[in-house]
Design a protein. Structure first.
Length: 131
């Protein structure tokens, strides 16, 4: 079970994210599949994105929220791995390589989540009793 850019689908839930989604998509590997669930039913955005990028599907949806929309994307995913991403996220040049190298240290996993080490933007609380 090895993750690579060909067997991962990026799932991005959006709602009126026209101003930020392109910056996110430009940082993802071109060969990876991408599924966007657009909760504003914006057909113009769907047409624009699907004509601009390869390996992408935009699913128009009512605003069901993050959870249900993510499940819609997961149900459409046909690769071995899915990466759930917010539309304001940006990959650095080595982000996916670092993730893949970290996964090689694990025997098995179901869900992974990156930790933000920037104390200005904490997304976790370190518990020294739990690793």
């Amino acid at each position: 079970m090895e993750v690579n850019s060909n067997n991962i689908t990026f799932i991005i839930v959006t709602f009126k994210s026209e101003r930020i989604i392109n910056e996110c998509l430009k940082t993802l590997p071109a060969e990876s599949k991408k599924i966007i669930i657009e909760n504003s039913e914006n057909i113009n955005l769907k047409n624009e994105i699907e004509s601009k990028y390869d390996n992408i599907e935009v699913i128009l949806s009512k605003n069901f929220g993050m959870g249900k929309s993510t499940n819609i994307g997961l149900n459409k995913c046909h690769t071995q791995f899915a990466f759930i991403l917010n539309p304001d996220a940006r990959f650095k040049k080595n982000t996916l390589d670092n993730l893949i190298n970290s996964l090689k240290l694990l025997e098995d996993f179901a869900i992974l989540s990156p930790l933000n080490s920037n104390l200005s933007y904490p997304n976790f609380k370190i518990n020294k009793n739990y690793q």
